[in-house]
Design a protein around this ligand. Sequence first.
Ligand code: IPE
Ligand code: IPE
Ligand code: MG
Length: 251
Amino acid sequence: MSRAPRLAELKDDQLPRHLAIIMDGNGRWALHRGQRRTSGHQRGAEATEAIVEFVARELPIKYLTLFAFSAENWGRPPEEIDFLMQLLGDFLRRKLDRLLEQGVCLRLLGEIEQLPLSVQGELRRALELSQGQEGLQLNLALNYGGRQEILRAVRALLADQAQGHLERCELDEACFSRYLYTTGLPDPDLLIRTGGEQRLSNFLLWQIAYTELWITPTLWPDFTPEELLEALAAYRARERRYGTVKLARSR
Ligand code: IPE
Ligand code: IPE
Ligand code: MG
């Protein structure tokens, strides 16, 4: 692995404005140690806390989006789901004061209604109390699916059209984007996936059209701020072309 760059080397406008992470590999982390999957989730939650703290405190990144629970993850055994929901509630309860102190603004990407009532309560409280804070915006993708998000947007758009509200808006990309959970957010510049799988797993399908991808075999509980710095250094070295050519090099 390459040397992790020092923070000072990275503090410039070549860092992503919006960083998204698929935090994968908790189950394998535990299985490799002969432990239950839940202990991997516990350690994964600790890694999440460390990364959020590091980004909020040290990096000039404005938006951090974490894939915490997918719409498809409901297909897991009930005990695992219960554990994950409990971890989430705990995270919100324990970390809210710290997040508020750091100026973090929380936002939910996903459907809140299907979450357990206790988690809904913690989440609504955190969303409300952190609203309008001007530090890092932490987007939690929870009960989130990219296809579901697109369908939900189409339904809302058709409903608006039926009521005659759509006339003000041409149906172009900007207009459609306003119907997504991510309304108002810039698209992610960098998407990190831990755990090594080379797939998107239904994450932010619309928004990552030109996002840079960085996949690491490191399992999420082992992912550290140092490795995040490596990913950021790799991002900085990328040339984003958006389908165009660099004029100086084209012939
Ligand atoms: C990611 O780790 C956490 C969630 C999906 C909630 P996994 O539980 O998917 O871990 P692996 O991929 O099975 O190792
Ligand atoms: C993606 O990981 C979802 C989260 C990290 C929350 P999964 O483990 O659910 O994805 P697959 O099943 O490997 O595609
Ligand atoms: Mg997984």
